[in-house]
Design a protein. Structure first.
Length: 56
C-alpha cells in the first residue's frame, strides 16, 4: 500500500494513508470523525491493523 490509498482499519473505519513508515510496517492514517470535535483525525496504525479498502 502507498500514500493516498484508501484503507479499512481493523475496527471497521475507513481512511487514507498519509505516510508510510519503515517500508510498510506502520501507516499514518487520516479518517473521518463525525462524532468528534473535528471532522478528521489521524493516527499511526501497525500494518496488521490496515488493509486495502474494498472497491466501491
Amino acid at each position: 500500500m502507498k500514500e493516498l490509498d484508501k484503507v479499512t482499519l481493523s475496527d471497521g473505519r475507513t481512511g487514507y494513508i498519509l505516510e508510510v513508515f519503515n517500508d510498510g510496517e506502520a501507516y499514518l492514517i487520516e479518517f473521518e470523525t463525525p462524532e468528534g470535535s473535528d471532522r478528521y483525525d489521524d493516527a499511526v496504525f501497525e500494518a496488521k491493523d490496515v488493509r486495502p479498502a474494498e472497491a466501491e
